[in-house]
Write a protein of this length. Structure first.
Lengths: 193, 375
């Protein structure tokens, strides 16, 4: 019943699985950046507190989209047909632990924790900033996070609800060998490559 | 137009008790299954009620029971089950925040899905959906896509949420729970939502294989759509454009025009902004017919079951068409002129409709629509 997080995921794996699915990676980014070398924190995201999970996703997602489009928003012919898929086996472990601690002590939970405890929320942050109007989904992968992520992307694109998907795999240090990690890839159908 | 898929098995457990029949009876009666929460301490909360079943049921065993019931109704043999993926929608196990790192994998959503697949003799559970209120309906849409791609002949979609202290605390802190203890979707003076227990499973199947093994169709999954708002982290897009695009996609896949829809099971959380955006979205998608088609939010009786709500509502929509009676939109006080919908009020409405929609909205601007048909 155990399974890997996304800590060992490499861009090469993503490119290989995406190509096998007949799709293309248009841009990518990951945390930590080469300069960060595993140190530091991703930039904070207004309204998200106490946990690195959403900032990790936001940072990798913004940089991936910037690598493709420059400045937001995405072009009007692409943005409305681009979805967001967040992939994390464990989700926001730090936020969940903070809520559990408060509940177990009989303390009140901070109101900001309400929406950040839902993984969709940071997808909404990225979608609003870049004008991405495709489907929003979050999944917890079982055995092979890369292959399964690409399969979900392939379903969305093949089914016709999106032409492309910003897929972001993320896991926090406490469940990922001591290292916060996120990898974002903008995956599109061949016709947009 | 997409070849419709069949729903050959369904099961549910809710605050109305065990079984889809109990859920349907409760929704038709229109009496909310809301009671004071005794499952955990709510003395420090602003709101102290939810739609809960008696006792403290355990999510895993409850899911096993409904999955087995849905598979049995579908007549799936042990062999047929092994070729059948499980697509599970859950928030996750609250225990994960309280166990050591070594034990966390089993408490993850994927870990629960893998364990359930083993327990129920299903082939695999490749991933689990955690996308809040659209998790289960996204899973249904993806199950359909998997079947149409030929990756499997059938899939089991299951979803579960049982009211627990962590989400209750979060929703209370977010001040979205109805302080008057009543969910009043689309009504004037609506004040918010109430959480509810929900466990459900459906078997979605390609027509050919289902016919080949003599399975009875309970309903059609005739269309589906998913779209985003591109608007905000948690607020819905005020014009409902994302929901309208999801609904339009479902209608196009089904080859159905709005006037063929005889019922809309609305997301209808009972929040002021959410219901307003949804009303506008339905008008965008359905045009003037949005003010004529019967609409109800069954969350007004079974509560908001988060990741499982969409599947409870799909089960209810299928059953409503089968029995020809539409569930009540409970809690209604007076019309909200900005929510110009024809709500099913006071008593179940008779129908001979062939098609119905069930729509859902979630944080992050996620929207889904499922088009259900009679077999």
């Amino acid at each position: 019943m155990t399974g890997p997080g996304v800590g060992a995921v490499t861009l090469a794996q993503v490119r290989r699985e995406v190509a096998l699915a007949g799709l293309r990676v248009r841009a990518c980014a990951h945390w930590p950046t080469a300069g960060a070398n595993g140190r530091g924190q991703p930039p904070p995201v207004p309204g998200f507190v106490e946990s690195s999970f959403s900032p990790l996703i936001a940072d990798a997602g913004h940089r991936c989209l910037a690598a493709c489009y420059g400045q937001p928003p995405a072009p009007p012919e692409e943005g409305p047909r681009t979805g967001i898929l967040i992939v994390s086996r464990y989700g926001d472990v730090q936020s969940a632990a903070a809520v559990a601690r408060a509940v177990d002590k009989g303390e009140r939970v901070g109101p900001l924790m309400f929406y950040q405890s839902v993984p969709n929320a940071v997808a909404g942050h990225l979608a609003a900033a870049w004008g991405l109007g495709g489907p929003v989904a979050c999944v917890s992968p079982a055995a092979d996070p890369v292959a399964q992520s690409v399969q979900v992307v392939s379903l969305l694109v093949g089914d016709g609800d999106a032409d492309g998907v910003l897929v972001i795999l993320a896991e926090q240090a406490c469940v990922n060998g001591g290292r916060d990690y996120a990898l974002a890839a903008l995956v599109v159908g061949e016709w947009l490559a | 137009m997409t070849e419709p898929l069949l729903i050959t098995g369904l099961a549910a457990t809710s605050a109305f008790g065990r079984g889809a029949a109990a859920l349907l009876a409760g929704a038709l009666a229109g009496h909310p299954a809301v009671r004071t929460v005794h499952r955990f301490d709510v003395s420090g909360r602003r709101v102290r009620v939810a739609a809960t079943a008696p006792g403290s049921p355990d999510l895993g065993p409850e899911l096993v029971e409904v999955i087995d019931a849905a598979c049995e109704q579908a007549g799936l043999s042990a062999r047929a089950r092994t070729g059948c993926p499980l697509l599970l929608a859950v928030h996750g196990d609250p225990a994960m925040a309280r166990v050591s790192d070594v034990d966390k994998p089993a408490c993850s959503a994927a870990g629960l899905a893998e364990a359930l697949a083993v327990s129920c003799g299903l082939g695999r559970a490749p991933w689990a959906y955690t996308s809040a209120c659209v998790a289960a309906t996204t899973a249904v849409a993806d199950a359909a896509a998997l079947i149409l791609r030929g990756e499997c002949e059938r899939a089991v979609v299951a979803a579960g949420y049982l009211v627990e202290p962590d989400q209750f605390a979060l929703f209370d802190a977010g001040r979205v729970l109805a302080p008057d203890g009543v969910v009043r979707p689309f009504s004037a003076q609506r004040k918010g939502l109430l959480l509810g227990d929900g466990i459900a499973a459906v078997v979605v199947e390609a027509r050919g294989p289902a016919r080949a093994r003599g399975a009875q169709a309970l309903g059609l999954l005739a269309g589906w759509g998913r779209a985003g708002d591109a608007y905000h982290v948690c607020a819905p897009r005020p014009d409902g454009a994302g929901l309208a695009r999801a609904t339009g996609a479902a209608l196009r896949r089904g080859g159905v025009v709005p006037e063929q829809i005889g019922y809309v099971n609305a997301h209808g959380s009972g929040t002021p902004r959410g219901d307003l955006a949804e009303s506008r979205g339905l008008h965008l998608a359905l045009g003037p017919y949005a003010a004529q088609v019967p609409v109800s939010s069954t969350k007004s009786t079974h509560g908001q079951a988060l990741e499982a709500s969409g599947l409870l509502e799909l089960v209810l929509t299928v059953l409503a068409l089968r029995v020809g009676r539409l569930p009540v939109n409970a809690g209604f006080l007076a019309p909200d002129p900005d929510c110009d919908l024809r709500l099913v009020l006071d008593a179940p409405q008779r129908t001979d409709a062939r098609y119905a929609l069930t729509v859902n909205m979630a944080f992050g601007g996620a929207n889904t629509a499922l088009l259900v048909g009679t077999p």
